[in-house]
Design a protein around this ligand. Structure first.
Ligand code: AMP
Length: 289
């Protein structure tokens, strides 16, 4: 695996592979690799002849007072893990390589990114869509992989790619969990022992609520109200939101149109997000992924 820090080096490396008619794949990341990232990389490497991963803690997607400074940065470890997961080229630029001084152009999706995480993190998705646009322009991949862990981000990127005619296929990667059910996240390392032990409670409650909604045992509003109370009681955290959503991320008020339950939980200083699928008319006990 090659490590490069400039856009020119990426362009040169990719141009050679494209001339050799390889399919180019991209996995954008902020580093702090865990099995979730590595799963996306393997998925990409299985589909593409040349896999590029980006490792860039994107400052413009962090709000004031968020964890930009403390975000986990372990480049050497990440390099080794990426190489083992089939990445051919790791692009790890400095901030001033990505953003020229005085840069004043941004890309914004104006509907799907407004609610949920967008409501509490103003400017977050604008930062995401801008950096993903730049990465798509730099790498010009045939396909790019995003994890369902960040469900709203995945939907926003899909919408942006559709609306702006990016010639790229967006592939959804599965949501990878710890053995106890906690969704893997680079931010999980912030949790102290007792909060780490309590955190999987969110997933357990989400799964139960999804099964109740799918099986028709409970109305959505009642299931959500009970789940909100139980998640806060079990984890000791404060829910920012817990919503039932359809496939377009709109609020679902009937089980028939309900595709996901999605939540954001503030647990001490750590913000955790998670989502589960609501199986259509099923028992809710199928693999969530
Ligand atoms: P991040 O480094 O957190 O910006 O994430 C980079 C990519 O990895 C995004 O597409 C995320 O959705 C994805 N990702 C993060 N956590 C997980 C996970 N637990 N399972 C699957 N994909 C994940």
């Amino acid at each position: 695996m090659e490590l490069v820090r400039t856009k020119d080096e990426v362009r040169r490396a990719v141009a050679g592979r494209r001339a050799g008619e390889k399919i180019i794949g991209l996995v954008p990341t902020m580093g702090g690799f865990h099995e979730g990232h590595l799963t996306l990389m393997r998925l990409c490497a299985g589909r593409a002849g040349f896999t590029v991963a980006s490792l860039f803690v994107n400052p413009i997607q962090f709000g004031p007072g968020e964890d930009l400074e403390s975000y986990p940065r372990h480049e050497q470890r990440d390099r080794e893990l990426a190489a083992g997961a089939g990445v051919d080229l790791l692009f790890a630029p400095a901030v001033d390589e990505m953003y020229a001084p005085g840069c004043s152009t941004f890309v914004e999706e104006t509907e799907l990114g407004q609610g949920l995480c967008g409501a509490s993190r103003p400017g977050h998705f604008r930062g995401v869509t801008t950096v993903v646009t730049k990465l798509l322009n730099i790498v010009q991949p045939d396909l790019a992989v995003f994890g369902r862990k960040d469900l709203q981000q995945l939907m926003v990127i899909r919408r942006m790619v559709r609306d702006l005619d990016f010639p790229v296929e967006i592939i959804e990667g599965p949501l990878v969990r710890e053995p106890d059910g906690l969704a893997m996240s680079s931010r999980n390392v912030y949790l102290d022992e007792s909060r780490r032990a309590a955190a999987p409670g969110m997933y357990a409650v989400l799964m139960r609520a999804a099964a109740q909604i799918a099986g028709g045992q409970r109305q959505i509003s009642a299931a959500l109200a009970a789940a909100r109370e139980e998640i806060e009681r079990k984890t000791g955290g404060r829910l920012e939101y817990l919503e039932a959503l359809d496939n377009e991320l709109a609020a679902a008020d009937e089980a028939a149109g309900c595709a996901y339950l999605a939540a954001a939980l503030q647990l001490g200083a750590t913000r955790l997000i998670d989502n589960v699928r609501v199986p259509p008319g099923g028992s809710g006990d199928g693999p969530d992924g």
